[in-house]
Design a protein around this ligand. Structure first.
Ligand code: GUN
Length: 722
């Protein structure tokens, strides 16, 4: 078999369109899953669709032609080294005459590094801070890099402090020289010191010139850590730097490109990777796989396939001459890299990036150690920069999501589960009144166990008879991931945990139940454990009021736990509520005085507002968020009300008619806003303009200037003024 067969490139991918001048350098967040984000960065040579990898291209050695990367592997951008081009007279001359895109023969985004890495490998470099910026600008680079000072892990604290300081001092000069045409990377140094990484993030994030600040923040000085598989240090550095970096800029892990590290890094908020691993490993006769690296001389069959390897057997590849073998392996490595990134992006879209990171953590002892360390940070965030990022990650994760989840060892510590549990502990309250109108204290707690979801089928009949017997009963369901109030029985993933039948037959021990009841502040009330019997016929007429009360509790509790409404407001909204039910007897529409106010979300157990519902809530809880940049000096409330987004006057006519709220048009947003959970859109007087689903956190809204901030479900000003 010849190389020409596999390297044949069909020229089908058109050159990229330049972005609109006003969008150049802007980063847009399209979708989020906790800290992970699908984004796009706009440049003169098209978009970087993130999370993505910039393959490293050495202008002197092209294992895979950059044009082939563009055409065949759909690589949007690559990284090469401006210092290497600058140092070689012929490369430098050609780049200055014809531009770097022609030199490299690549139509997409070209990012360049500055020579800092060479200074780490070889000692000093001859190029100056200003010279290297001027050169990158003059050869037409899309995103260049300033000359930062590489902070090695073994350096003293003083040396690292100096690396951070010198890098920050060079930043404004570099940004000024880059001018309008060259976007710049602002690397974050800081060695192994959390506080110095956070300081670097703040200093580099805040630098501004007449042309704006940095476009991307690469995390630097981490290659020696990755070489020694010090992944815990890597993630610690990432979380520390992220605590202060502006959320509207992509984060790049400098020199990281092994697919094994993608899911976890992305779950923690990395947008861009770069690496020569695809070529270097190929040169060493090694194959990349999503779970590690494999030596060509040790295999009989391919452990991980690619369109490239389908053409060959391992034996055939071994018998190729070294150049050809290198190309075959490099193509495979690039393909695996690209497909693992696609898998990560799809996992973000499906709300499953954490599960992917969890799965991959079992592929390497060092990665598993790092993953478990991250779980510790999430469970018990500290006061430092790592704790800040960990808390932000939990609170920005939508606590409910559609689809099932396998019951595995780490399920309890998934960020959405931790978020839901903390909301439950903070916001859930016992019912204000019981189905018979009684206002007395609860008399008992009932723990439903040994029953599997859907609990409305397996347990409702038992719940109803227990409530009939003693109305003042608080009902909980025992699930393999803890107790949940019966009113939240269809909240996913609780209602969709996948596992053998046995998982529903393993009751919690007494102490565990008590521990959980302490979380709910209910440990003083006696509890009994009940396993529902077979479903019996029940007399609807006699107990209709119990069903109605259970339905009402479900709406009040969901509004309170997921959306921050106080239970008393929830009670007001639902007094006299009626509902329309599906064939499976689930509420699909909720009415108040005949007006449709909510629709329970059947796929994840949350609540959707209607315009009427949004109007009533805004009337009953008027107010508006404070402006971005102004500190809130009131008390932290358990029930801060449904989250609101306040928009600029110019946007009101559009949003009021149902158009989306765009980033950059937001004046303020409540900090408890959760991407994926409903919000109200108000004007600066607090009047309702629309309601919808926020796409990003409030903090991101304060920074972003491109993309959708709130996907509007309905405008409140329709038919007004037109
Ligand atoms: N490549 C890998 N690490 C680094 C770094 O810290 N700085 C720069 N500029 N490039 C790198």
């Amino acid at each position: 078999m010849t190389d020409s067969c596999s390297s044949h490139v069909v020229n089908t991918r058109p050159n990229p369109a330049p972005c609109r001048p006003q969008d150049r350098g802007k980063f847009e967040i399209l979708q989020k899953d906790g800290s992970a984000r699908i984004g796009r960065l706009h440049t003169n040579h098209g978009m970087l669709n993130t999370p993505m990898l910039l393959p490293v291209v050495n202008p002197n050695i092209r294992t895979i032609e950059p044009r082939e990367m563009w055409e065949k592997y759909r690589v949007d951008g690559l990284i090469t080294n401006s210092y290497v081009i600058w140092k070689h007279d012929d490369l430098s001359k050609s780049a200055l005459e014809n531009g770097v895109h022609e030199l490299i023969n690549f139509p997409g985004v070209i990012v360049t590094d500055s020579g800092t890495f060479q200074s780490y490998v070889y000692g000093d470099v001859e190029v100056g801070v200003e010279e290297i910026i001027n050169f990158q600008r003059d050869i037409g680079v899309d995103i260049g890099t300033m000359l930062d000072v590489f902070g090695r892990p073994e350096m003293s604290r003083e040396e690292i402090e100096s690396a951070v300081e010198i890098t920050a001092d060079r930043a404004p000069i570099s940004l000024d020289l880059a001018g309008d045409d060259l976007l710049l990377n602002g690397p974050i140094q800081g060695g192994l010191h959390d506080d110095l990484r956070a300081l670097a993030g703040k200093l580099m994030g805040e630098v501004n010139s007449t042309n704006g600040g940095f476009t991307i923040h690469p995390i630097g000085g981490i290659v020696p850590l990755m070489e020694n598989q010090r992944y815990k240090d890597l993630f610690r550095i990432l979380l520390s730097a992220k605590s202060t970096l502006p959320p509207d800029r992509p984060i790049h892990l400098f020199g990281c490109g092994h697919p094994l590290l993608f899911p976890m890094s992305i779950a923690l908020g990395v947008d861009i990777f770069d690496s020569a691993a695809y070529a270097l490993f190929a040169r060493g006769n090694r194959l990349l796989t999503p779970t590690g690296t494999v030596r060509l001389d040790e295999i009989t069959e391919w452990p991980c396939n690619s369109s490239e390897l389908f053409n060959w057997t391992p034996e055939e590849v071994r018998s190729l001459d070294s150049k050809e073998r290198e190309k075959v392996l490099a193509r495979h490595n690039l393909e695996v890299t690209q497909s693992e990134l696609a898998r990560c992006r799809e996992s973000i879209r499906n709300g499953k990036i954490w599960q992917l990171a969890e799965e991959r953590s079992h592929s390497s002892a060092q990665l598993r150690e790092a993953f478990l360390w991250v779980l510790d940070q999430l469970e018990d965030p500290d006061d430092g920069p790592v704790g800040v990022s960990s808390l932000r990650m939990i609170s920005s994760t939508n606590p409910v999501r559609k689809g099932g989840e396998n019951l595995v060892e780490d399920i309890d510590d998934r960020p959405h589960i931790l978020h839901f549990k903390s909301l439950l502990a903070l916001r859930w309250r016992i019912p204000g009144s019981w189905w018979n109108g009684s206002l007395s204290d609860p008399k008992r707690i009932i723990i439903i166990e040994g029953a599997c979801p859907p609990w409305r089928d397996s347990s409702l009949h038992t719940v109803v008879s227990l409530l009939e017997e003693i109305p003042e009963s608080i009902i909980f369901i025992s699930t393999p991931i803890g107790l949940i109030p019966y009113s939240l029985e269809d909240v996913s993933p609780w209602s969709h945990i996948d596992g053998s039948d046995e998982i529903w037959d393993s009751p919690l021990d007494e102490d565990d139940i008590l521990d959980e009841l302490i979380e709910f502040d209910l440990s003083d009330i006696p509890f009994i454990r009940v396993t529902p019997g077979p479903v019996s016929e029940v007399e609807e007429r006699r107990i209709g009021s119990i069903y109605d009360w259970i339905d009402r509790c479900s709406i009040v509790d969901k509004l309170s736990v997921l959306n921050g409404l106080s239970p008393s407001l929830g009670c007001k909204l639902t007094s006299g509520m009626t509902s329309r039910k599906s064939k499976t007897r689930r509420m699909v529409n909720v009415y108040s005085d005949g007006s449709h106010i909510f629709s329970p979300r059947l796929n994840d157990g949350g609540i959707s507002l209607t315009l009427n519902g949004a109007k009533i809530i805004n009337e009953l809880s008027p107010g508006k968020p404070i402006h971005f940049g102004v500190d809130y000096d009131g008390d932290e409330l358990d029930h801060p009300g449904i989250a609101k987004v306040m928009i600029v006057d110019d946007a009101i006519p559009f949003v009021g008619q149902g158009k989306n709220v765009m980033q950059g048009y937001v004046l303020g947003a409540d900090p408890h806003l959760i991407p994926g959970q409903p919000c109200l859109v108000v004007d600066s007087n607090g009047e309702l303009v629309a309601h919808g689903i926020p796409m990003t956190t409030a903090r991101e809204m304060a920074f972003l200037t491109k993309g959708i901030a709130v996907r509007v479900r309905d405008g409140a000003l329709k038919n007004k003024n037109n």
